[in-house]
Design a binder for this molecule. Sequence first.
Ligand code: ADP
Length: 496
Amino acid sequence: MHLGRGEVWLSDLAFLIHGHAPGTFRPTIRRYSKLVHPEDRDRIRAVLKQAIRGDIDDVQTSEHRIVKPDGTVAWVHTETRIHRGGKGRGRTKRIFGTIQDITAHKRVEEELRASKSVSDRANQLKSEFILGMSHELRTPMNAILGFAQLLDADPDLNADQRENVQEILKAGDHLLELMNEILDLSRVESGKMELATVTVDCEVLAQECITLARPLAEPRGIRLECHVEETPRALGDSLRLKQVLVNLLSNGIKYNRPEGRVDLHVRPQGGWVHMEVSDTGYGIPAERQGELFQPFNRLDHTEVEGTGIGLVICKRLVEAMGGTISVQSEPGRGSRFCVRLPRAYPEQAAAGMAMAPEYTREPPRTQGTVLHIDDNPGNLRLMQRLAARLGEVELIGAATPSLGIDLAVAYHPDLILMDLHMPGINGFEALHTLRRMPALQDTPVVALTACASRDDIHRGREAGFDGYLTLPLNLQEVLDTVHHHLRDGSRPAKSA
Ligand code: ADP
């Protein structure tokens, strides 16, 4: 392209790319730029002008559309080199270039983009469905597990009846674990699980994991030991890292031989912290190790209790924390799962070392009035039965939030247990109404809800609830919560 004379020379292939037989017209700059798609023309002209003025680099690449004589649109990639000559610095005289038809490439790109957006949408619908399903299942699960817990505590059951109830509880617990794990997996896969990046003291964390896994190891006679070198610190989310290590430890215990051993080794290595769980168990043949991280794949060990989802969640969580998880195993000798997380150095140690305060168990003192606001009759009945175990606690049930607020005004309860999702005003609005009443603004209000994710719990706490109990209810936790709020001195407003 000669700028001074406005002339353009095209190769035979360039003519063909533009849809013309070679040499069938004499191209000029004006005519050549008319071949560019009208929507891209200004952009290409601007680039050309800048190149001529010398504002941009000498070699220019561009992707734009051209229109062929039959009206079809094609994508081209051009690479041009500016030849500066003539008088005055920076003067541009000629532009040499190559042109390539990239229409097929662009079409594939477009198809990929479209299929990604369809799969993103499908994934989003899947996680919304899972969330909805988990929410809906929690209320009936609450009745099954709640009444079974009550029955189990009945001293008059005979041996057969107790065994039957315990089967219900075992299956219910398994179903609950399955629901929680599916929910976790869906949240981590859809990127909805928020992970904090804090400095984790791996020694403290490793000891906590061992403590959590010990009750599983002891009945099987498995020796569980922790070995920490140099007290390393890692960068990650301590709650989720604990979830990963406890999962690996419990697998090491579950898929072990009686009287076997499980060791947790923690040590720094270069810029990483290695956390290794090794066991003396069944081991996994090399050709099946790839199946370990597939959801619901139990690798034929259905005789051992499990869901087949734990390791998939572990892998996703570790990767989301910027780490890796790997496995080495030998059938009949055991397995070694290694989690590697980025190491935190002292200057990063300031962040997030605070630990949540321990839940303090007070000796129960069982006097007072509890108001339970819930639109589900099964939940109200379960709580009434439970109240029988609360000593001198008077339990008042309200099936609607407005009745609940009226009863709160009339009875000034010591504690309010409030369902969050009720028709009319929801639990958040009801809490807001109570907090605006001087006589009730200090009354502890604990949320009872099927919304069980960490985000939901956080939202509940932020809204001002004094506690958050999720369905299906753990009755011991309900009793502890009631005792905690009804104990002496816990109510500054009322005791005044
Ligand atoms: P779950 O233990 O609930 O089945 P996981 O996802 O944690 O689910 O594990 C998937 C499967 O991998 C297990 O069912 C088991 O067959 C196998 N597995 C996991 N850990 C070990 C281990 N330490 N030793 C032998 N097999 C294991």
